[in-house]
Design a protein around this ligand. Structure first.
Ligand code: SAH
Ligand code: SF4
Length: 402
């Protein structure tokens, strides 16, 4: 296993006062993922004059997100005293790659380690890159573990450790683009911002429930979508939720990204079991939130994800009920063959069963691509992600305290 320190990290020396008194350990600042306003605040606190702050922010932004530099010393047009101050006080990022696996089909999975930031020990999350014809999708994690326990999901078997910070979410994108050589030729512009890029789409479908980390996800997506930086259009970002109904309107209104709903069942009795959050927000409430989703149109459809579980939710009657349920909603239905993981209590539906199901959905006028399992050989497919990170108990924490 490679263990590469990817970014210039340097513990602040005792002589250097903390730049910003972090509200909590979780908010330890770093350059990657900070908003322009936060960066301006950091620079002002370092004594950069008001006159210069906006210019320096723009320069740093360009180096971080157009050039993908790992080191402030490479920020050639930033004056040496500002570079030195940054080097002393503010790391570029905090990710360390622990492992990289490449699937037979070209899918790549990285295990990234971040500092503990309140969890008691460093945490690890998985990020997956899925190359396809003419596009490349990066699947990013939003939490370490998940508080929800969907019974078919491997992540759900891992206890929630902590939310990822905005910086850690953005860093997954920056890391992947660096690793894929996607910052090379950064200055090219012909053909639009994503022409020739490896990462053209981002999906919040990795570990965790993004809506239970709303503020950090929102801040991270603002950085990822920024037109002078990573420049990924909000129409190329999809947030998948298991159905946190009260926050769905805010995804459309405040993030403006595409929405995917992990539906998986058309009756409350079954969805209560597969997606236990359904007991709090049942199907009818979820459908109301979808119908009212801000910005919904034929060009901006909602994706309904439906995992195919043998003998559980995969009959033609389920397919007919599904199209009834979403009638009137501009939608795509994404049929996901169940990806097994060690100890999983389900099996994937037979291929013919999936075809019959897809046929019913197609005939009702909905596109229903069956999501080809990608990276299964490296446990990188949907729902197979899990890291060994665990939260320390208070007792364990006391025992490991210096
Ligand atoms: N927590 C969010 C996003 C992460 S899960 C959510 O639940 O939507 C991303 C997608 O993978 C979800 O649709 C999820 O239901 C699905 N999934 C989880 N486990 C799976 C498995 N074992 N096989 C196939 N899909 C799975
Ligand atoms: Fe969490 Fe999504 Fe997995 Fe459910 S499917 S346990 S919400 S990550």
């Amino acid at each position: 296993m490679a263990n590469l320190a990817l970014l210039n990290r340097r513990a602040p020396t005792a002589a250097v006062a903390p730049l910003v008194r972090a509200a909590s350990a979780e908010r330890e600042p770093q350059l990657i993922g900070a908003s322009r306003e936060e960066l301006a605040g950091y620079l002002a606190a370092m004594g950069v004059s008001e006159r210069q702050v906006a210019m320096r922010v723009a320069q740093i932004w360009h180096w971080l997100y157009v050039r993908g530099v790992t080191d402030v010393s490479a920020m050639a047009n930033v004056s040496a005293p500002v570079r030195d101050a940054l080097f002393e006080r503010l790391p570029v990022g905090s990710a360390t790659m622990v492992a990289e696996e490449v699937s037979r089909d070209g899918t790549r999975k990285w295990l990234l380690r971040f500092p503990d930031r309140g969890a008691g020990r460093p945490v690890e999350v998985e990020t997956v890159y899925i190359p396809e014809e003419g596009r490349g999708t990066l699947c990013v994690s939003s939490q370490v573990g998940c508080t929800l326990n969907c019974t078919f999901c491997h992540t759900g078997t891992q206890r929630m450790v902590r939310n990822l910070t905005a910086g850690e979410i953005v860093e997954q994108v920056v890391f992947a683009r660096r690793r894929l050589g996607d910052f090379n030729g950064a200055e090219r512009s012909a053909g639009g911002p994503t022409a020739g890029r490896m990462v053209t789409n981002v999906v919040l479908m990795g570990m965790g429930e993004p809506l239970y980390n709303f503020d950090n996800v929102k801040a991270a997506m603002a950085v990822v979508a920024d037109g002078d930086g990573l420049s990924l259009s909000r129409r190329r970002i999809t947030l998948s939720t298991s159905g946190v109904v009260p926050l769905i309107p805010r995804v459309g209104a405040e993030m403006g990204v595409l929405l995917a709903i992990s539906l998986h069942a058309v009756r409350d009795e079954l969805r209560d079991v597969l997606v236990p959050l359904n007991r709090k927000y049942p199907i009818s409430a979820l459908m109301d939130a979808c119908r009212a989703y801000p910005g919904l149109s034929n060009a901006r459809r909602i994706t309904f994800e439906y995992v195919m579980l043998k003998g559980i939710n995969d009959g033609p009657a389920d397919a007919r009920a599904l199209v009834e349920l979403i009638r009137g909603i501009p939608a795509k239905i994404n049929l996901i063959p169940f990806n097994p993981w060690p100890g999983a209590p389900y099996e994937c539906s037979a291929w013919e069963t999936i075809e019959v199901f897809a046929d019913v959905v197609n005939r009702a006028g909905y596109a229903s691509p069956v999501r080809t399992p990608r990276g299964q050989d490296i446990l990188a497919a949907c729902g197979q992600l899990r890291s060994t990170s665990q939260k320390l108990s208070a007792r364990e924490r006391r025992a490991t305290a210096p």
